[in-house]
Design a protein around this ligand. Structure first.
Ligand code: OAD
Length: 301
């Protein structure tokens, strides 16, 4: 498409509704789920900011590594040697997912309507493991959870699946509560063993740092971007690759819209000068921005 980047939400609404805009790719991050009650990773109060290595079951050298780099808690490097810190940090998130505690936000429903009202949604690439996109009416095939999903479990070693209910029960009864919320939790953690290979490597089907993204990501992203008229990037710091590569792999002709609390991805080539022919920054909370955009599109009364 040879349209110019919009300069405000009214222009973005016109662009999305226009006949020239046929294909929309979305890349989301934790910011689109914050209003559902799930903290992001890197903001103050986020998972990495609040990580307390001193509460985790680990060796002193593992603790030093966690203090230096909190993302180490979701890495294959520590998990293969000691899976307990991962389970301890993720315990409430795993149990809450089993209970469907969190619901899709206004942002998720905006993405849904790009499909249900317009049929223009090519794919949602979500870095989120919370499964909220799957609770909308977006067909599963159009959702690509690039960092996997928390809603199923398998052995990271041999690949054997474990029923999520059974896994959730084991997390509840075998993993201690470092958040001080569950008096029924055990005082100490014990590993969750795989019944097939007998290794303690069962975990949600999420992607650890040091492991590969789902094959579908590599199969789909270049093709999806090749004819994308619009790439919407929402609620992500754009610091984790290769998910963030969508920002610079989109062809020159693709309009890029960033919806975030602050500018992200300048180092990836997103232009915040305000005079870019292809980039538009809608600063604010995702739900507020997409809510205002839906008003511009006459999708809300
Ligand atoms: P981050 O926590 O890195 O970034 C979230 C971004 O969303 C930040 O730029 C926030 O300022 C912004 N934000 C927060 N709340 C917002 C709101 N209500 N509206 C708009 N913006 C908001 O989260 P991700 O970018 O998703 O990977 O993190 C990427 C990956 O890093 C995750 O998938 C995870 C993590 O390590 C793995 O674990 C493999």
């Amino acid at each position: 498409m040879k349209a110019a980047a919009p300069t405000d939400l009214a222009g973005l609404a016109r662009l999305i509704l226009s006949k020239d805009c046929k294909s929309i790719v979305i890349l989301t991050g934790a910011g689109v789920s914050v209003s559902a009650g799930i903290p992001d990773f890197r903001s103050p109060g986020g998972m990495y900011d609040t990580l307390k290595p001193e509460l985790l079951t680990c060796t002193s050298s593992q603790r030093r590594l966690l203090e230096r780099d909190p993302t180490y808690v979701v890495s294959w490097d520590i998990f293969q040697n000691n899976p307990l810190p991962y389970h301890e940090v993720r315990r409430p998130f795993i149990l809450g997912t089993g209970e469907k505690k969190w619901k899709p936000t206004a942002s998720h429903h905006f993405f849904e309507q790009l499909h249900t009202r317009l049929g223009k949604l090519k794919r949602v690439y979500t870095q989120n493991i919370d499964g909220l996109d799957f609770q909308t009416n977006i067909p599963n095939d159009l959702i690509l959870p690039v960092h996997g999903s928390l809603a199923s479990a398998s052995c990271e070693g041999c690949g054997e699946d474990m029923a999520f209910e059974e896994f959730g029960h084991m997390v509840k009864t075998q993993i201690k509560d470092i958040y001080g919320e569950d008096p029924t939790a055990p005082p100490e953690s014990t590993p969750i063993m795989c019944k097939q290979c007998r290794k303690p490597l069962v975990k949600p089907t999420t992607v650890l740092f040091g492991r590969s993204l789902p094959e579908k990501f590599f199969r789909c992203h270049l093709q999806d971007l090749s004819d994308a008229d619009l790439l919407i990037i929402a609620g992500t710091s754009l610091v984790v690759s290769p998910a963030n590569s969508l920002a610079y792999l989109a062809p020159e002709s693709t309009i890029r819209v960033v919806v975030n609390l602050q500018p992200v991805g300048s180092d990836l080539g997103i232009d915040y000068s305000g005079s870019s022919p292809r980039d538009f920054f809608a600063q604010g909370k995702c739900d507020d921005v997409f809510g205002a955009l839906m008003k511009e599109m006459d999708w809300v009364s």
